[in-house]
Design a binder for this molecule. Sequence first.
Ligand code: CP
Ligand code: NVA
Length: 304
Amino acid sequence: MALKHFLQLIDFDRDEIEHVFARSRVIKDLYKRYQPYHPLADRTLVMIFEKQSTRTRLSFEAGIQHLGGAAVFLNTRDSQLGRGEPVEDAAQVISRMCDLVMIRTFEQSILERFAANSRVPVINGLTNEYHPCQVLADIFTYIEHRGPITGRTVAWVGDANNMAYTWIQAAGLLGFRIRISTPPGYRIDPSRVTSHDAAHVDILDDPMQACAGADLVSTDVWTSMGFETENRDRLAAFADWQVDADMMRQARADALFMHCLPAHRGEEVTAEVIDGPQSVVWDEAENRLHVQKALMEFILLGRV
Ligand code: CP
Ligand code: NVA
């Protein structure tokens, strides 16, 4: 079987994404009923973290254990990765000792270099450019609450970051509109958007307009990991891009609110919104577990 990596959302086609969602439902149901399911017995997942994490680490580590496998955690500080061993050499060695690798790192090119030298599948656990596992879980969460996302309208308010670019890929893949509003100076780079995906994207200066009639409003931190030196400038530039109750009122009455977490109440979102009735942030976080279990099953075993 050819190696199947998950470095960006578009590494999967629509049919494969829908398969992962179908399996997520089955695997979630088994878990809720305390039914053991161990298709990955004796398989080992290596998790490499060059940035911090709570959800991604926990959901992958618990997830592989639920499926009968084991996880090994590596970080930059405690491994030779932090002492300049070439990523190509690390990939050769690590991938001879495990069945699957999940990496959270900085540039997408690091992940790609690892994957190009890996004997086993590699999953993107967040890079500066993309966060595909999160958007998989978010769309699964939307479907659970509201049915198919195809034909719907998603508003993205805030930074043109890894989450925003992954949502753009999702819109092209699954056929929904994405209305994006970012502050001047922090706009989406059109050279990073394919013409296919661009047909699903509306760029709006006014965040209120981006939310008008939306089925889902999503945001994220104003300063992503790795960009901390820009924090002061960003606090000023993003002030009008806070999702508050007024902004949510522009969206449909039954619109959902999402945030991948961790969140900063009083910055990108008010407490009233994130802790309010339209928010599904805890479901999003939980669904990381179920969706990634289905992802690992698919990537290692194909369609079961
Ligand atoms: N949303 C997300 O990826 O969270 P962590 O940084 O805690 O993994
Ligand atoms: N955009 C954020 C997501 C954190 C899960 C970051 O990259 O820091």
